[in-house]
Design a protein around this ligand. Structure first.
Ligand SMILES: Cc1cc2nc3c(=O)[nH]c(=O)nc-3n(C[C@H](O)[C@H](O)[C@H](O)COP(=O)(O)OP(=O)(O)OC[C@H]3O[C@@H](n4cnc5c(N)ncnc54)[C@H](O)[C@@H]3O)c2cc1C
Length: 128
């Protein structure tokens, strides 16, 4: 909620922040990846590539708390947008609606509703 409050556009606040504040939806944050030491965010390898009005996201996430909560409607997804930059300036976070067709939730039976794999299909397009 703080990310949306501090950095969201008016439209994003209306669509996501207001329902988060009144408790009607939940959010989740997808940073950790199975193939890299994710305690250091400079290792994050998922890619987010701008393609005109759309973004192409390619990556694999896990440990995304709340992702399988039926009320989770928005995911903040971290990935590399500027690979040529210095290591600490390569990453961005993008809002991904959870009802997007490109969002696949895998391994739903892992422990405590906390651990999951999230795979975003290669070359799928997301509307922002
Ligand atoms: C209950 C729970 C909820 C979580 N919810 C979320 C969530 O909502 N979203 C999300 O994105 N993630 C979530 N996570 C994942 C969590 O953020 C990561 O597990 C954490 O950041 C560590 O990353 P990692 O698992 O890749 O471990 P690693 O980075 O592989 O670290 C494993 C160990 O190696 C050490 N280590 C790593 N690199 C080095 C190095 N270069 N030198 C020396 N030691 C090193 C670390 O200190 C650690 O002890 C959750 C985890 C838990 C347990």
């Amino acid at each position: 909620m703080e990310v949306l409050y501090d950095f969201g556009t008016d439209e994003q606040k209306e669509e996501w922040l207001t329902p988060l504040l009144d408790g009607s939806i939940r959010s989740c944050f997808a940073m950790t990846e199975p193939d890299v030491a994710s305690s250091d965010a400079t290792n994050i390898s998922s890619s987010i590539v701008s393609d005109g009005d759309n973004y192409i996201i390619n990556g694999r996430k896990w440990w995304t708390s709340n992702a399988i909560n039926p009320r989770a409607k928005i995911c903040i997804f971290m990935g590399v947008t500027n690979p040529e930059n210095a290591p600490h300036q390569r990453q961005s976070q993008i809002l991904v609606p959870m009802d997007s067709e490109v969002f696949l939730l895998l391994d739903l039976c892992r422990c405590m509703d906390m651990m999951m794999d999230t795979q975003v299909i290669l070359n799928s397009y997301l509307k922002m």
